[in-house]
Design a protein around this ligand. Structure first.
Ligand code: NAP
Length: 558
């Protein structure tokens, strides 16, 4: 009897409940379900912790929450009718509108019937005897499946720093990533907000409108660019509607998933006046043009980067009345563009209001949370009715590491990733057959307009799953060589850049004890897609299809 026959015999009677379990009902999970179920005829089910679809947009309901991507490219493009029929009301889509969009998608493709809501996946265990996964949920349910697709998002595991006394506060505490569904009324309240990342930058101007007093605790100042939000002129809207195919192709082949093009000129070889002249129209236009659509050498050359920094520092000084506050808001000690740039709608100007205060907690850190507020290291105490933690996420690896994922030999994924993620293409990991992550670590992911990368990954996973089924393979798994090479390539890509010089969540630096490894892949959107396409064309280079699949599910079209 050959090894293959042995596997076949051993697994012959193995019944799986579903062909694929998908974890999460955000953009990734919804499209994955549609793809596997409606296009490929698989039995698939989503388990979703929230009470509805939306993923990140289900939980992040803080005031001002909206995407920083232009709405016409912040959605699915796989279905032209869907793209055409959904009209966004503004340049950047607001949280409730994105959630409504995803609810529309779920209705349109009749997805809800295969989603189990209010159910968290706590564990996934691979059984080498049957080549199946058993997925366990917090309701105690166990489901067997051939494939597991983690559509868990990159920024879904919220982080509240373990300040001493954090639970002692007698007022109300909120995390921006887990905002109450009924909203919060801050009218007349003294509010403290910890953090100055993208969430805080959006929330601060709106909380300041209600609160009687608002104190913002800043550890690291950010480079913040105007959003310039507003309605989209009708002629622009019409021109886009006429160019569906062109838009789709351009974003898919782009650097960052936007319709932005990097300049040929280098900032390092330009005068400050020339740099200012390039940057000013981008500043006025708003959005990521200054960052992802200007000089490429700013990511590699600190002297070039300094010219852009100088331009931005002047803009901050123009907006903020009090020179001391302006100096505090000017980022120091790291280059522009290596930390995620928030887009603002009146953030800087908010500090011109007399009831809004900025406190530097880099030089004088938060020492503890007290029953009445916060105390800093030098003993200064602040009293609040409410504290908002805009303190971010255990990014990229966090959502995967929260789940007890055990592969071959009972290996725990988070132990395998103890010194940083190890993947092939940011999609799969050796020892964890048939497990895929959508926009996981070591893929372009958070360095792109997410829906573009999500669509590409979902399509790719579907292609690989389809190939496994066509071949009658029980498992598909990367080789150790392919994974080693990909991990190495990730490290090589970031080396010549300035990304590793800053303390960012891209580097895991926001979470104490997390390995300091740059997690996104720097191939960029178009070239990364090309690498994946080549892998498929080269007979799934780097993957091993193993064993004969003989799982039997009632009615399965195995
Ligand atoms: P974030 O960017 O990680 O910001 C967290 C903030 O909390 C930082 O200012 C951080 O300071 C501060 N902080 C953390 N621990 C602290 C401590 N112990 N003491 C004092 N300050 C502390 O988180 P986020 O604002 O939620 O954004 C995360 C990401 O989500 C964004 O970068 C973006 O990719 C995405 N996002 C997107 C949008 C959008 O598209 N509009 C909106 C929100 C979020 P340090 O900088 O010093 O660590």
């Amino acid at each position: 009897m050959t090894a293959a026959q042995e596997t076949t015999d051993r697994t012959e009677m193995t019944a799986v409940d579903v062909d694929a379990v998908i974890i999460g009902a955000g953009f990734s999970g919804l499209y994955m379900l549609h793809k596997l179920r409606d296009e490929m005829g698989l039995k698939a089910r989503i388990y979703e912790a929230g009470g509805g679809v939306g993923g990140t947009w289900y939980w992040n309901r803080y005031p001002g929450a909206r995407s920083d991507s232009d709405s016409y490219i912040y959605g699915f493009t796989f279905d032209e009718e869907l793209w055409r029929e959904w009209q966004w009301s503004e340049r950047y889509p607001e949280q409730h509108e994105i959630r409504a969009y995803l609810e529309h998608v779920a209705d349109r493709f009749d997805l809800n019937r295969d989603i189990t809501f209010d159910t968290k996946v706590t564990a996934a265990t691979f059984d080498e005897g049957s080549n199946t996964w058993t997925v366990t949920t917090d309701s105690g349910k166990q489901v067997t499946t051939q494939f597991v697709i983690a559509a868990v998002g990159s920024l879904s595991s919220s982080n509240t720093p373990a300040f001493p006394g954090v639970d002692s506060f007698a007022g109300d505490s909120y995390h921006t990533g887990q905002w109450p569904h009924d909203g919060v009324d801050f009218a007349g309240q003294r509010v403290g907000i910890v953090g100055t990342g993208a969430s805080a930058v959006q929330a601060v101007p709106l909380i300041a409108r209600e609160a009687s007093d608002l104190t913002v605790f800043q550890r690291t100042a950010n480079y913040i660019i105007p959003a310039n939000n507003g309605p989209v002129p009708d002629d622009v809207r019409q021109a886009r509607l006429a160019d569906y195919q062109g838009i789709r192709e351009r974003i898919q082949q782009s650097v960052f998933g936007f319709e932005l093009t990097l300049l040929e000129e280098k900032a390092g070889e330009s005068t400050q006046e020339e740099v200012d002249a390039q940057l000013m129209p981008r500043w006025e236009e708003g959005g990521f043009g200054i960052w992802l659509g200007s000089y490429v050498d700013i990511f590699f050359d600190d002297a070039a980067n300094a010219k852009v920094r100088k331009f931005l520092h002047e803009r901050i000084r123009e907006k903020v009345d009090d020179p001391e506050t302006a100096e505090l808001l000017i980022p120091k000690g790291y280059p522009f563009g290596v930390k995620r740039n928030p887009l603002d709608s009146g953030y800087y100007e908010t500090f011109n209001q007399p009831h809004v205060h900025l406190v530097d907690v880099k030089s004088n850190p938060i020492a503890e949370v007290t029953p009445t507020g916060l105390r800093l290291a030098d003993g200064t105490a602040y009293e609040f009715d409410a504290i908002v933690y805009a303190t971010g996420f255990d990014a990229m690896t966090g959502p995967m590491n929260k789940i007890e994922i055990r592969g071959r030999d009972g290996e725990l994924l988070r132990e395998k990733w103890e010194e940083g993620p190890r993947t092939y293409l940011g999609l799969t990991s050796v020892g964890f057959p048939n497990l895929f992550t959508i926009t996981g670590p070591q893929s372009p992911s958070v360095l792109s307009n997410m829906p573009v990368s999500i669509e590409q990954h979902v399509d790719l996973v579907a292609t690989i799953v389809g190939a496994a089924r066509e071949r009658g393979a029980a498992t598909v798994e990367p080789t150790a060589e392919a994974e080693d090479a990909w991990v190495q390539e990730n490290a090589e890509l970031v080396k010549p850049t300035l990304f590793e010089t800053a303390e960012t969540w891209y580097m895991g630096a926001n979470i104490p004890g997390k390995p300091r490894v740059f997690m996104p892949n720097l191939s960029f959107v178009g070239p990364y897609r090309h690498k994946c396409d080549e892998m498929v064309a080269d007979d799934y280079r780097g993957f091993v299809f193993d064993g004969a699949s003989s799982r039997t599910r009632e009615g399965a079209n195995a």
